[in-house]
Design a protein around this ligand. Structure first.
Ligand code: NAD
Ligand code: ZN
Length: 342
């Protein structure tokens, strides 16, 4: 089968013919219909510090996908051949303390598809049955592969209720853009968005942002304070991993407000906890992955009901072998989600 390989400990991917994976008793084989590129794939392609520490080539990259089950192991009984599935990418163990407490997203023995195990940028991928999510018939096949990042967005937004609240999203990359749509559906009253890419800010407007600001070109603080009677926002969703955006988040969230942190920082961050968090009684949540499978249920029903339209976020569609074009485009911040077809 055709597959995108991280073949060596160096920059780049190669597209090659490899063997179709052989499944074990508890596994299913999925024919990939559509996949999408994540920032993690860009890191693996670029062979940055993080990738050098976490990835052991040769490896088939890719973890966001949807496809049809074509074979199943002897012990598989929930999933059937012919099911259209997506996959939770956090392969949890199901027996550590966190898994037993229903916090599988922070399983202590976590393996990540396409990082620790061969992934989905291929014609076929094998996954354990326990991480398969069977998609409802109504779901658009085009949207089925982005449920994994949409799950990140849902958990970031819904760490607490947003109905009737003002929201600031710092960082309108693909996940921030999805979060804008989610916040809108769940009843946020005014959504402010900051990003350094005007291309991303245009999509932010289509996703339901009320006020968009490029902090390089305009005063974010003035825009937020003007739009919140000088008080700041009830909720900030930090989705950039930028230290200056985190500063914005801390200074523009109002007293007794909430901040959800999804963006990952390259290194340690220094913040003034006393004045910007403690004396303001701000609640801060760390968000990782998705609740398995509570979040999938929400994502699935948002998409299959048509209540959330994610089409503005999908900006490009390429053949699998054109992956390099997709990765390079993502690095210019002139794209949203990029879909790949094997
Ligand atoms: P992305 O890199 O495509 O998006 C980040 C966006 O932030 C970009 O549009 C960039 O222009 C913008 N940005 C940079 N500096 C900014 C600033 N000072 N102010 C405002 N915006 C700024 O990433 P993504 O795929 O959308 O993911 C968002 C973040 O979430 C990334 O940091 C990613 O590493 C992280 N992430 C975390 C998890 C998790 O489980 N916690 C999962 C996936 C991704
Ligand atoms: Zn576990």
């Amino acid at each position: 089968m055709k597959a995108v390989l991280k073949k060596e400990r160096a920059v780049g991917f190669t597209v090659e013919d490899v063997d179709v994976p052989k499944i074990g008793d508890g596994e299913i084989l999925v024919k990939v219909e559509v996949a999408s590129i994540c920032g993690t794939d860009v890191h693996i392609y670029d062979w940055n510090d993080w990738a050098q520490k976490h990835v052991n080539p040769p490896l088939i990259a890719g973890h966001e996908f949807a496809g049809v089950v074509v074979d199943k192991g002897k012990a598989v009984n929930r999933v059937n051949i012919g099911d259209f599935v997506s996959s939770e990418t956090h392969i949890y163990c199901n027996h550590c303390d966190m898994c037993l407490m229903n916090h599988r997203e922070v399983c202590r023995n976590l393996k990540i598809l396409g990082v620790d195990t061969n992934g989905a940028f291929a014609e076929y991928v094998k996954i354990p049955e326990r991480v398969a999510w069977i998609n409802p018939k109504e779901i658009s096949h085009k949207f089925a592969s982005i449920q994994e990042p949409l799950g990140n967005a849902v958990d970031t937004v819904l760490a607490e209720d947003v109905s009737g609240k003002t929201v600031l999203v710092t960082g309108a990359g693909p996940i921030g853009l999805l979060a804008i749509g989610v916040a809108r559906v769940f009843g946020a009253t005014k959504i402010f968005v900051s990003d350094l890419s005007n291309y991303h800010l245009e999509i932010a407007k289509q996703m339901g942002a009320d006020v968009v600001v490029n902090p390089k070109e305009a005063d974010l603080k003035e825009a937020v304070l003007d739009g919140t009677h000088g008080l700041g926002v009830d909720v900030t969703l930090e989705m950039s991993g930028s230290k200056s955006a985190l500063k914005d988040a801390l200074s523009l969230t109002k007293y007794c407000g909430r901040i959800s942190l999804l963006g990952l920082f390259d290194n340690e961050v220094q913040i003034d906890l006393t004045d910007s968090v403690i004396f303001k009684k701000v609640r801060i949540y760390g968000i990782t992955g998705r609740r398995i499978f509570e979040t999938w249920q929400i994502v699935s029903s948002l998409l299959s009901s048509g209540r959330l339209d994610v089409s503005p976020v999908i900006t490009h569609e390429f053949k699998l072998e054109e992956i390099e074009k997709g990765v390079e485009l993502m690095k210019t911040y002139q794209s949203g989600k990029i879909l790949l077809y094997p």
